[in-house]
Design a protein. Structure first.
Length: 530
């Protein structure tokens, strides 16, 4: 029992670290990007700045060109590690070490080929696009050199991906994000210095490539430092350990494409229906709920490799505890946050982006419903896929196609609400029921117990948060909008904390936290000295 408690705390700490590391990386990159942008505006000619921003968009192609191989290799390494046991700190057996070494070497060779492919595909795509670019103040030769250097930078990122897969697969989630954030910070600072010193496109591209090479070296160093025994063996190309991976990777890629169709196409419908001017208010409301969703699923995403470990070790009780806790925590975050947003309504948007920018309650409610269901789907499916169950490509692609058809049909009658409703309906018909029932079935968890022990308490928490916020907002109507927003945030935080204490933490975890803060049963009943 003590061993189970210690292992749970070890897994919990690693998951918490991984989630926080990802958000730290995201926040630091955004902050430094906001600093870099005015420097670029102040020191680069307008046309040259436009070319640089255009070239920078090529990074978005990396996720597509990976073709799902990264997530599949990470999962295969994690499942192999689980053969030595579900405890993240357990020593690896000789068989496990050999198989992981072979997986790493095989993955390294595949990524070498893939990095060359990324370079060629990206460069050719640039060739067909950039040759028709009308330029007046920047020479095409300069643009071609900068583009070639950026293609090399992209290839370096892909080349380094195998070490990220290894680091995450053996249980060190978040370290790659920490390394990436500090390398990004160093790269952006170097680019600021380069631009201020008179550098232009080629200097910016060269610094980006240097950052990619540094990131590769640091991630490999971290993997060697954390698991030196994995580098004591020389792996070999072994098709046996890769058996089944191409098909799994392709289905993972199709799943990602389907999700892009469902959640990243609204702006095209809006632009066609009402013009680009209608996008900001719609996007602002969506971003608030989307950010809640991203926070809510971060713990589930960081748990995937540990689910693989526990599944391979057949430690299903610990696995069920982990998945149930992640879903409860995720639903608590998005529902408490959504209740706060709903209770404030236009007040929140007036404070954030100015008066008159609120999209309206119907669209906001549809966003909350869609992304709350997506939060549950993501956490359950991420856990199910961690067992090498890539069964969701079909439903997700169907959802993507239905989304396009429904939003197109409904927008002419209901406007922006119709576009948002198309997303919700496409999910209800496909993923929102299939992902949960299939995922829980794969994990050998009861759907009835899930509804009773996870969904219903989460809905109750939402209702309590909304009611408390409505009371506080109505009682504080005489206060300024900023004060009302702060009060609602505080109330939501208190209800969320109490709900998490009861729904998310186990009794042993609650006792441990009480002990950490110096308030335990022993101190409460300790007799006074005479």
């Amino acid at each position: 029992m003590a061993g189970d408690s210690r292992r749970r705390m070890s897994v919990t700490r690693r998951i918490m670290f991984g989630a926080v590391a990802n958000w730290f990386s995201r926040g630091l990159t955004i902050a430094l990007g906001l600093v870099l942008m005015p420097v670029l505006f102040g020191h680069l000619p307008k046309e040259e700045l436009g070319v640089w921003l255009l070239l920078g968009q090529s990074w978005a192609a990396l996720g597509i060109l990976d073709l799902g191989f990264g997530v599949t290799l990470t999962r295969r390494i994690a499942l192999t590690k689980g053969k030595s046991g579900g405890d993240p700190d357990t020593p690896l057996t000789e068989e496990t070490l050999r198989e992981i070494a072979d997986l790493t070497e095989s993955g390294r060779r595949i990524y070498q080929v893939m990095s060359a492919g990324v370079f060629v595909v990206a460069w050719l795509a640039g060739f067909f696009y950039l040759r028709n670019l009308s330029l007046h103040d920047v020479s095409h030769t300069t643009v071609w050199i900068a583009w070639t250097i950026l293609c090399a930078s992209q290839a370096c990122v892909v080349w380094a991906a195998v070490w990220t897969c290894l680091l995450q697969g053996v249980g060190y989630v978040g370290w790659d994000a920490i390394i990436a954030s500090f390398v990004a910070a160093a790269t952006l600072i170097a680019q600021i210095i380069g631009v201020v010193s008179g550098g232009r496109l080629i200097v910016l591209a060269t610094i980006a490539t240097g950052g990619a090479l540094l990131q590769r070296a640091l991630i490999r160093w971290m993997a060697r430092r954390r698991r030196p025994e994995l580098f004591s063996l020389r792996g070999r190309w072994n098709p046996e350990v890769l058996r089944g991976m191409p098909g799994l990777a392709f289905r993972a890629w199709l799943t990602a494409v389907g999700m892009v169709l469902v959640f990243n196409t609204d702006q095209f419908f809006i632009a066609g229906l009402q013009g680009a001017a209608a996008i900001p208010a719609y996007r602002a409301a969506y971003l608030i709920i989307l950010n809640l969703n991203m926070v809510a699923v971060s713990f589930g995403a960081a748990s995937a490799v540990f689910v693989s470990h526990l599944w391979q070790a057949q430690e299903l009780t610990a696995l069920h505890h982990l998945v149930q806790r992640n879903v409860r925590l995720g639903l608590s975050i998005i529902l408490c946050g959504s209740a706060c947003v709903l209770s404030l309504g236009p007040r929140l948007f007036d404070v954030w982006i100015g008066p008159g920018k609120f999209i309206g309650y119907p669209v906001l409610i549809v966003f909350i419903a869609s992304l709350t269901l997506e939060t549950q789907n993501f956490i359950v499916v991420t856990s199910s896929r961690a067992t090498e169950d890539e069964a969701f490509a079909g439903s997700t692609m169907l959802a993507g196609i239905l989304k396009l058809l429904l939003s197109w049909a409904l927008m002419f009658r209901f406007g922006l609400l119709g576009i948002a409703t198309g997303t919700l309906l496409s999910g209800l018909v496909t993923n929102d029921w299939y992902m949960v029932s299939r995922g829980l079935g794969r994990l050998r968890m009861s759907l009835r117990e899930h509804i009773k022990g996870v969904v219903m308490p989460s809905i109750t928490l939402f209702a309590v948060t909304l009611l408390c916020n409505l009371i506080v907002v109505n009682l504080g109507r005489s206060n300024t909008a900023i004060v009302q927003v702060l009060l609602a945030v505080i109330v939501s935080g208190i209800v969320f904390t109490l709900g998490s204490w009861l729904l998310v933490l186990s009794k042993s975890e609650r006792d441990r936290l009480l002990t950490v803060v110096g308030f335990s049963r022993a101190t409460r009943i300790s007799p006074s000295k005479t």
